[in-house]
Design a protein. Structure first.
Length: 95
């Protein structure tokens, strides 16, 4: 997808991240639940997540994850201009 000829915003910068070795995020559908600060699994407690720069590779930032080869959870809040949805337009998130 060629985004540079379209209106776009960069999401580079600070993101929250946690490894998810058991794939719990997808299994438990965390994105459907409200965030809480007292979550049982620290990956859903936003304060329990590591802050990392994106783009990057987690195993080069955190020595404990150097050999980790699994899923991860990324969280970033951002705003989309409501006018981007005028006239039935679509918004795409590209990685």
């Amino acid at each position: 997808m060629h985004i540079y000829s379209r209106n776009h915003i960069s999401l580079d910068g600070k993101w929250r991240f946690a490894p998810d070795p058991m794939g719990r995020c997808r299994q438990q559908e965390w994105w459907k639940n409200t965030r809480s600060s007292g979550g049982v699994f620290p990956a859903w407690d936003i304060e329990g997540l590591m802050e990392i720069d994106v783009p990057s590779a987690w195993n080069t930032i955190c020595p404990e994850l150097y050999f980790y080869e699994g899923c991860g959870v990324y969280i970033k809040d951002f705003n989309v201009d409501a006018r981007a949805l005028d006239d039935g337009k679509e918004v795409f998130l590209c990685f």
